[in-house]
Design a protein around this ligand. Structure first.
Ligand code: G3P
Length: 239
């Protein structure tokens, strides 16, 4: 079993709390990049999109960080994408695979990628989508293909075979890095690496469990027993 130091997959942090991003930069050398989305930003209480993004870009010191467009119209998404791109060479522009009317973003993806803009295609859940994205991305432009493996698992499907196939689909596109998005547990980091994903993005809660990776289970079992014992004693339980 690997420990966190032995991981080959790149670990990104998913979130929009500036203090967590700052703390990760200061004390988590395993973190190689960051992802955000409008839902996480809203949850973190971000009011001013551009101000937050610019501050985050300055905090991450050149590491990759993704910001998502939020318009539902492709011409407006393009405008937002070009502004996000202007904020820094390490800012990847997240484009959802469709708009809310299920209209495909593929023509916009092809256009922006051909213009040299690093994209992160998001909310992908099928390998037909992965195939279409792989064909639309410019082969020389670094990009990220975010498959929401955790949501696939939430739907009761094993994401492992799907992710393995996605990695195979993108094999001839080395600049398009497959990202395991929305992990639910530390096991997913191991699965992501084994299926050929290049990146996994995880919330700070999952990243906080990283030291458990590769833990001796007999020792872990004993620690768990001690936890029960200490809590019962601290609570002063008597029967
Ligand atoms: O990176 C994708 C992630 O932000 C979505 O996660 O937990 O909403 O499925 P979740």
């Amino acid at each position: 079993m690997r420990t966190a130091d032995q991981l080959k997959i790149k670990l990104f942090m998913d979130g929009a709390e500036i203090e967590s991003i700052r703390a990760a930069i200061a004390s988590m050398p395993h973190i190689k990049g960051f992802t955000t989305n409008p839902t996480l930003m809203r949850k973190a209480g971000v009011k001013d999109y551009a101000a937050f993004a610019k501050e985050a870009i300055s905090v991450v010191k050149g590491l990759s960080i993704s910001f998502e467009v939020f318009s539902d119209e492709f011409f407006e998404m393009e405008r937002e994408a070009r502004i996000i791109h202007s904020w820094g060479p390490n800012a990847s522009v997240k484009i959802p695979i469709t708009n809310t009317r299920a209209e495909s973003s593929i023509p916009l993806i092809r256009h922006l990628s051909a213009d040299g803009i690093p994209l992160n295609i998001t909310a992908i859940m099928t390998n037909d989508q992965v195939r279409a994205v792989g064909q639309a991305l410019h082969p020389d432009i670094p990009s990220i293909v975010s498959v929401f493996a955790g949501r696939i698992a939430d739907a009761g499907l094993d994401p492992v075979p799907l992710m393995r196939q996605a990695a195979e689909i993108l094999r001839d596109r080395p600049k398009a890095e497959l990202l395991w998005a929305s992990p639910r547990e530390v096991l997913n980091i191991v699965q992501a690496e084994e299926t050929g994903c290049k990146i996994i993005t995880a919330t700070k809660d999952i990243l906080a469990k990283l030291p458990l990776l590769g833990r001796d289970l007999t020792e872990y079992s004993l620690d768990t027993v001690k936890m029960f014992y200490n809590d019962a004693a601290a609570a002063g339980y008597k029967i």
